[in-house]
Design a protein around this ligand. Structure first.
Ligand SMILES: [Zn+2]
Length: 459
C-alpha cells in the first residue's frame, strides 16, 4: 500500500457509507496463460458484490470481452466496446442491468494477448504493465488483468478479493498468486479467505521457503536467504512482542526482470502487500557484512510489515489514510528504534521534519471531511510525527495498549478520532491529559507547528 495519487473528480458524502459493512467481493474461475504467445484466456465470476449506486468494471485494454453474464447465466448488456472510456490501463465497462433483475454475480469471459519480450525491450516498464519475458509473466492488480470494480460515486477502485481460482500455465512450471504460497505446478488451484490484491507472478522459476515466508525467482544463496529470513523474523517478532498480537501475514519477496532496458546498478521495487517485487536488486546485497539489513531496509520493511496490523482492516471512513499509512509509518519508527542504533531514528525524524514547509496547510483530523484531505505528506510525515509525540508524552507501553485497543475496535467499527480518545483512556491515560494532548497536537490551528516543536526537542 504505497503512495498513490488520487484525483477526486466528484465531491462525495462519505459519511453515509463510513459505518456500513462493505461486502467482500469473491472471485472464482479459470485463468489460462500461454507463456509463448502471451495469451490470457479467462472466465471468472465476481460474487458477493457490494451494493454500489454507480460503478463500472475495469479490464486491461489488451483484454477482449467475450460476454458478461448474470447469475442466471443470461447475457448482460454493457457499454464500453464502442468508444469505450479508458481509466488508467483499463477500459471501463458499464453494465446495463435493468431494475427488475437482482444483481448478485457477474460472470465475465475474456481473452487478451500481450507481447513476449525475449531479447528485446519496451521503452518503459512500470507496475501497470503486464510484463512477459521468456521466463515469467508479471501482472499486478494495477494492470487490471482481472475485473476490477470501480466505485464511481466514491472514486475508489475495489481490487482486493477473496479467491478460488484455477490457474494454468502453458510452458511454465511455477505459479504465485498474492497471499498464497507459490506452487511448483503448471496447473493449480489457489484459494484464499482473506482478501488480497491479485498480483500474479508465474513462469519458470524456483523459490525458497522459510516458515511460510518466500523468496521467489532469485539466485540468492541459500545462506544469504537464511539471513534475509532471519532479519524478517526479527522485525515480525518485534511487532508481535510490542503489540501482543501475533504477526500473521506471510511475506513474499520477488525478483523479476523489467521489460525495459535499465541503467546498470539501478533498481526498482514496488509492493502489493504482502508481496514485494524488485528488479535489479541483488538479494545477496540486502544485508551488510554483519548479516543484518541495512538501516533503510529496516525502515522500509518496518513500514510495510506494519500493514500486517494497519491494512485493509482499518481502510474505511474519512480518516482511512491516517489509520492505514500514518500508523504503519509510525510503527516503522518503533522498528528502527528497537532494532538499530538510536541515532538512525533521530536521522529519520530530522529528515521528516525537513519535508514540512511553513506554508503547507493541513486540516486538523477532527475537521477532516473527505479522505483526500489527508494527502501524502500528511499521512506519511506529519501524522506519524504526531503519533511519535503521543508516544513521547505517554510512553511506549501505553501507546502499544492504545494500538491494541484501536485494532480491537476496528474489527467491527470504522475508526474515528473518538476511538483514539476512548483507547487512550482505556489504556490508563488520564482524560485531562489526553485532552491537553489533543488540544495541542490534533485539534489546534497550530497543530503542525506544535508537532514540529515537540519533535525538535528530542533531537
Ligand atoms: Zn504503506
Amino acid at each position: 500500500m504505497k503512495k498513490r495519487i488520487y484525483t477526486f473528480l466528484i465531491v462525495v458524502s462519505i459519511g453515509l457509507l463510513s459505518n456500513a459493512i462493505v461486502a467482500q467481493i469473491h472471485i472464482t474461475g479459470n485463468i489460462e496463460i500461454n507463456m509463448n504467445s502471451g495469451v490470457f484466456k479467462c472466465n471468472v465470476n465476481l460474487s458477493n458484490m457490494p451494493k454500489l449506486k454507480d460503478y463500472s468494471i475495469l479490464l486491461n485494454k489488451g483484454m477482449n470481452i467475450k460476454y458478461f453474464k448474470d447469475y442466471n447465466n443470461d447475457l448482460i448488456k454493457y457499454e464500453g466496446h464502442y468508444n469505450g472510456q479508458m481509466k488508467g490501463e483499463a477500459i471501463e465497462y458499464v453494465l446495463k442491468i435493468d431494475s427488475t433483475s437482482t444483481f448478485k454475480e457477474i460472470n465475465v469471459s475474456y481473452l487478451g494477448a500481450f507481447p513476449v519480450y525475449t531479447n528485446d525491450y519496451n521503452e518503459f516498464d512500470y507496475k501497470g504493465v503486464i510484463a512477459i519475458n521468456n521466463q515469467t509473466v508479471r501482472a499486478t492488480e494495477q494492470t487490471k488483468w482481472y475485473p476490477v470494480v470501480y466505485d464511481i460515486t466514491n472514486d475508489k477502485l475495489i481490487n482486493s478479493y477473496t479467491y478460488d481460482l484455477n490457474i494454468s500455465l502453458i510452458d511454465g512450471n511455477t505459479i504465485f498468486l498474492n497471499g498464497s504460497p507459490p506452487k511448483k505446478k503448471s496447473n493449480a488451484r489457489f484459494v484464499s479467505k482473506k482478501a488480497y490484491p491479485l498480483f500474479l507472478f508465474a513462469g519458470t522459476y524456483d523459490f525458497i521457503e522459510n516458515n511460510g515466508d518466500y523468496i521467489l525467482n532469485t539466485d540468492v544463496t541459500q545462506e544469504n536467504a537464511k539471513v534475509i529470513f532471519e532479519n524478517i523474523e526479527v522485525i515480525k517478532n518485534n511487532y508481535s512482542k510490542n503489540l501482543g498480537i501475533k504477526f500473521t501475514d506471510h511475506i513474499y519477496l520477488i525478483n523479476h526482470k523489467a521489460i525495459n532496458k535499465r541503467k546498470k546498478g539501478s533498481s526498482w521495487g514496488f509492493n502489493t502487500y504482502p508481496a514485494f517485487a524488485f528488479t535489479g536488486l541483488n538479494f545477496n546485497k540486502l544485508i551488510d557484512e554483519n548479516g543484518t539489513f541495512y538501516n533503510h531496509h529496516f525502515r522500509y520493511f518496518g513500514h510495510e510489515f506494519g500493514h500486517n496490523y494497519f491494512g485493509n482492516n482499518v481502510a474505511s471512513g474519512k480518516l482511512k489514510w491516517f489509520w492505514v499509512e500514518s500508523f504503519a509509518e509510525y510503527l516503522s519508527y518503533n522498528t528502527i528504534e528497537d532494532l538499530i542504533e538510536k541515532n538512525y531514528l533521530k536521522e529519520v525524524l530530522t529528515k521528516q521534519l525537513s519535508y514540512l514547509k511553513s506554508d503547507d496547510i493541513y486540516v486538523p483530523l477532527n475537521e477532516i471531511e473527505s479522505t483526500n484531505q489527508i494527502g501524502e505528506k500528511y499521512r506519511y510525515v506529519l501524522a506519524p510525527l504526531m503519533l511519535k509525540c503521543f508516544e513521547d508524552r505517554f510512553g511506549r507501553v501505553k501507546m502499544n495498549l492504545v494500538i491494541r485497543s484501536l485494532l480491537q475496535y476496528a474489527k467491527d467499527e470504522t475508526l474515528t478520532i473518538e476511538h483514539f480518545q476512548k483507547s487512550a483512556i482505556k489504556s490508563g491515560i488520564d482524560k485531562e491529559d489526553y485532552k491537553a494532548f489533543e488540544k495541542n497536537f490534533i485539534t489546534s490551528k497550530n497543530f503542525k507547528q506544535n508537532i514540529i516543536e515537540e519533535i525538535k526537542k528530542k533531537l
